[in-house]
Design a protein around this ligand. Structure first.
Ligand SMILES: Cc1ncc(COP(=O)(O)O)c(C=O)c1O
Length: 398
């Protein structure tokens, strides 16, 4: 038989957790595993601006013909505006090209394929810890990967000197993958001085920056969250950027993301774009339209855009508020000092819980978080906070 030798693969560590959660019959169960925003009632809502955009698309769309291979050009321009800022020449001077991809994952995968296909590099440096899919995408696209330290469990902070020390072993031409904001899973981002230092370092060492920008708007704001990326581009004429609209538009299942290739000049960008088309053509041929049209409709209409920014701020503020409350309540429970959580940003909080404590949360309380101790803060609400704090305090006390 052809397929007999195929071995069962382990479940995806994050999505597999949701499957387990769904099978759990206990009434008080809580899913804080997968990175999906939930409102106070525990629902993952469709944003109002998205519903309105869908209504307009439904009324006005005349054809379902194929989109251009790299997506609708205006979608690309609006994406670059979010990345570089409205006044930036890079938005429209042709030196950066943007390709619609199926989600941030699609953007990362196309970026990795592009690196291999164009012989840009063989090795990518990935933070340790990171979103598990970074490693899997590197492997499946044929990139070698190395790790740089990004988390010190004793101080709950980024060991910046060690990080830079490790990166100094990178060879000229290697790719360095950086979370542009809201690092997953630690919630820790570089400070402005560290971004500057990293930016100059990448330039001096001739390393190619690849930025994963999955959470723009979930940290401190759309502009604030782009500051690190912009600091990198201040000194580096070339970069790859993977955007996701899954989280900030709540378009998880529509698969909207973008790969932006920043080049030194327009002529190079045109050549890069022609090759990108082949990357896309040979994997998905051309992109799905619905999600892309939603983002385009919202970003190009001043009213819908203002509504989106408001809805995004509501999500961001709720997450930051829940994080503060969790930290304060854990401090009150007397099982340790959790003030470090206050400095974390984005959907996740690295709680410091051990693997055994995470297992006990699941076994004894039906509370599901990722094995690394990563909590999806966006899943906490007033209805489950007490139970969560009590359970965490119990497993920490042992
Ligand atoms: C760091 C990071 N990058 C990229 C993604 C990709 O998101 P999506 O493919 O759903 O747009 C995620 C999603 O969880 C993420 O956490």
């Amino acid at each position: 038989m052809f397929f007999d030798h195929i071995e069962a693969a382990p479940a995806d560590p994050i999505l597999g957790l949701t499957e387990k959660f769904q099978q759990d019959q206990r009434p008080g169960k809580i899913n804080l595993g997968v990175g999906v925003y939930k409102d106070e009632s525990g629902a993952t809502p469709i944003l109002k601006c998205v519903k309105e955009a869908e209504r307009r698309i439904f009324d006005e769309e005349k054809s379902k013909t194929y989109l251009p291979i790299t997506g609708i050009p205006e979608f690309g321009r609006l994406t670059r505006e979010l990345l570089f800022g409205k006044g930036s020449p890079r938005v429209a001077d042709g030196s950066a090209v943007t390709c619609h991809c199926p989600g941030g994952t699609g953007a990362l995968r196309f970026g990795a394929d592009f690196i291999i296909q164009q012989g840009l590099s063989k090795t990518v440096w990935i933070s340790d810890p990171t979103w598990i899919n970074h490693v899997q995408i590197a492997k499946s696209s044929g990139l070698r990967f190395e790790r740089y330290p990004y988390y010190d469990p004793d101080t709950h902070s980024i060991p910046f000197d060690r990080m830079m020390g490790t990166l100094s072993k990178a060879k000229e031409g290697d790719v360095v993958l950086i979370h542009a904001c809201c690092h997953n899973p630690t919630g820790l981002d570089l400070n402005p001085a560290q971004w500057r230092e990293l930016s100059l370092f990448l330039k001096e060492r001739h390393l190619l920056p690849a930025l994963d920008f999955a959470y723009q708007g979930f940290g401190d704001g759309l502009e604030e969250d782009a500051a690190g990326l912009r600091a990198i581009l201040e000194n580096n004429a070339e970069a790859l950027i993977a955007s996701s609209f899954s989280k900030n538009f709540g378009l998880y299942c529509e698969r909207v993301g973008a790969l932006t290739v920043v080049c030194a000049d327009k002529a190079t960008a045109e050549r890069a774009n022609s090759q990108l088309k082949i990357t896309v053509r040979t994997s998905i041929s051309n992109p799905p339209a619905h999600g892309e049209k939603i983002v385009l409709t919202v970003l190009s209409d001043p009213e819908l855009r203002a509504q989106w920014e408001g809805e995004l701020a509501t999500m961001r503020n709720r997450i930051n508020d829940m994080r503060s409350q969790l930290a304060a309540r854990l401090n009150d429970s007397g099982v340790g000092d959790f003030s470090f959580m206050q400095g974390q940003r984005g959907m996740f909080s690295f709680s410091g819980l051990t693997k055994d404590q995470v297992a006990a949360l699941q076994r004894d309380f039906g509370i599901y978080i990722v094995g690394s101790g990563r909590i999806c803060v966006a899943g906490i609400n007033q209805g489950n906070l007490d139970r969560l704090v009590e359970a965490m305090a119990k497993v920490i006390r042992g």
